[in-house]
Write a protein that binds this ligand. Sequence first.
Ligand code: UGY
Ligand code: MN
Length: 260
Amino acid sequence: MGYINDQIGYPNDILSSRSIIKRDNYALIPPAGLVRNIIPGFENCDVTILASPKLGATFVDYLVTLHDGGRNQQGFGGENIETLVYVIEGKVTASADSSDYELTSGGYLYCPAGAMLRLENANGGKPSKLFLYKRVYNRIKGYEAHVVSNNVNNLEKIHYEGMSDVILQDLLPKDLGFDMNIHILSFKPGASHGYIETHIQEHGAYVLSGAGVYNLDNEWIPVKKGDYIFMAAYVPQAGYAVGQEEFSYIYSKDCNRDVD
Ligand code: UGY
Ligand code: MN
């Protein structure tokens, strides 16, 4: 079972991989290649580190599965570290210092630098799956970020750059206290970006639904639900939805700051 050829005896997944790693440029990390990492503070959790400074990102993205009793009570973040958790599926209690939030699928919590994020599975013994983000906060005088929690079901749906078939949702406020935002971009089948973007901002994107072809540095690459895409600063990029389902991904984008 699962072997491409009994005489050779190799599992299918060992003969080819869709992973593409181009440090400081872009990366595609499909679910089949993910490995678990032990991270202090996470108990009964499978944690995978996705983009990190080793790949050329200024942030770190993680996929976390909290099993029965899964939690992080030690706290995630720190004095200069901002964090965000987004619930892909399941139910968790997430805390920003001493304030608790019950988050279900589409729910999220942003903790500004200095507020510790704590997590506990609350899905009746079933696993919960999370997308987790952290980054060193770029503080500017006179402005502060603050705790934000909501569910994407409550967010405004904006026609991305005026297109009727591409929808943008902003998870965080636009004010200058925030040095980044997390967005969800959703393409109806057959929809695409209006042009190939080239910009200074980086992205880490996790595909929530559907499938597409994605232009990364002028290569068109097939992507689908469960894939993770890293786009470094200035990488040419655009998405094109294929198939019957909406192609949708959650992604981070730095904003509101000049270059040092
Ligand atoms: O906001 C963005 O830069 C976004 N449209 N980029 C992307 O989806 N690759
Ligand atoms: Mn972009």
